[in-house]
Design a protein around this ligand. Structure first.
Ligand code: NAD
Ligand code: 0WE
Length: 256
């Protein structure tokens, strides 16, 4: 592993357990030389997250529920006093109430829609804004998205609409933060068996269909997603902003 992130500070949001995409990203960022602030959502996830994070060199754990403005403000005050500046931010958070990921999109409730877009999309806007004054030497903000943003994936429902809004938010943020030399991008990952995916009925079939149709004839490995995150945080990517980069073994290019 190269030292392409030596001397940089990265904050990662969305570690729930060892299967989380955010955890794979945090580990590879650390291997690339970064010092890490890793956040988890709440008291319920604290013990598992704390144990993982304590075992990673140069990493410190923080709690932040992104639905609460005061927790975001408090976190960034802690980050400012602990690190002074930030170089990259990884947003690996999504949530829709479980009942919205069943049945028809047409049945989406007002509250389910609100919650899905608040947690999965608005949080990126709030976190990017809070990170901006700490990214004094420019920076890299990234989020995780999914193909259901642009094509219908049955039962992904309101999350597909949220991911479409997330990808558009990436472009608008890239425009605004470009003047501060802050780049904003999305990684569109193929399906990966994480906690957020495990409860989904038919997820196993999706993995199979994806591997069958993708040019690379297999599913993506979480390490490949993490390697792309390291790249986006590195000087190799200084010309890339506002993009959605697919890490899906090529699945999205196929028409049939
Ligand atoms: P995960 O369950 O490990 O991660 C989701 C995270 O969101 C959890 O850590 C959870 O604590 C956090 N979260 C939810 N509500 C929160 C809140 N209010 N405040 C703070 N954190 C909150 O699952 P994952 O698959 O690693 O998902 C990470 C990201 O990757 C999500 O954006 C997801 O949409 C995206 N993604 C996943 C896949 C996949 O197949 N697993 C594919 C493409 C994109
Ligand atoms: O973004 C996701 C999943 C995000 C997610 C998962 C859950 C499960 C538990 C958001 N909210 C919740 N709420 C819960 O209560 N993915 C890309 C993985 C995923 O989820 C699907 C998929 C795929 C792929 C749901 C239906 C169909 C396909």
């Amino acid at each position: 592993m190269s030292n392409c992130l030596e001397g940089r500070t990265v904050v990662v949001f969305g570690v729930a357990n060892k299967r989380s995409i955010a955890w794979a990203i945090a580990q590879q960022m650390q291997q690339a030389g970064a010092q890490l602030a890793i956040t988890y959502q709440n008291e319920r996830l604290k013990q598992e997250a704390d144990e993982l994070i304590a075992a990673l060199p140069n990493a410190q754990a923080f709690q932040c529920d992104v639905s609460r403005d005061e927790e975001i403000a408090q976190l960034f005050e802690q980050l400012k006093s602990r690190y002074g500046k930030l170089d990259a931010l990884v947003h690996s958070i999504a949530f829709a109430p479980a009942e919205e990921l069943k049945g028809e999109f047409a049945g989406t409730s007002r509250e389910g829609f609100r919650v899905a877009l608040d947690i999965s999309v608005y949080s990126l806007v709030a976190l990017a804004r809070a990170a901006r004054p700490l990214m004094t030497e420019g920076g890299s903000v990234m989020t995780l998205t999914y193909y259901g943003a642009e094509k219908v994936v049955p039962r992904y429902n309101v999350m597909g609409v949220a991911k479409a809004a997330l990808e558009a938010s990436v472009r608008y943020l890239a425009y605004d933060l470009g003047k501060n030399k802050i780049r904003v991008n999305a990684i569109s990952a193929g399906p990966i068996k994480t906690l957020a995916a495990r409860g989904i009925s038919g997820f196993g079939d999706m993995l199979g269909a994806q591997a069958e149709r993708a040019p690379l004839q297999r599913n993506v490995d979480v390490k490949e997603v993490a390697a792309t995150a390291v790249f986006l945080a590195s000087d190799g990517a200084t010309g890339i902003t506002g993009e959605t980069i697919y890490v899906d073994c090529g699945y999205n290019i196929m028409g049939f």
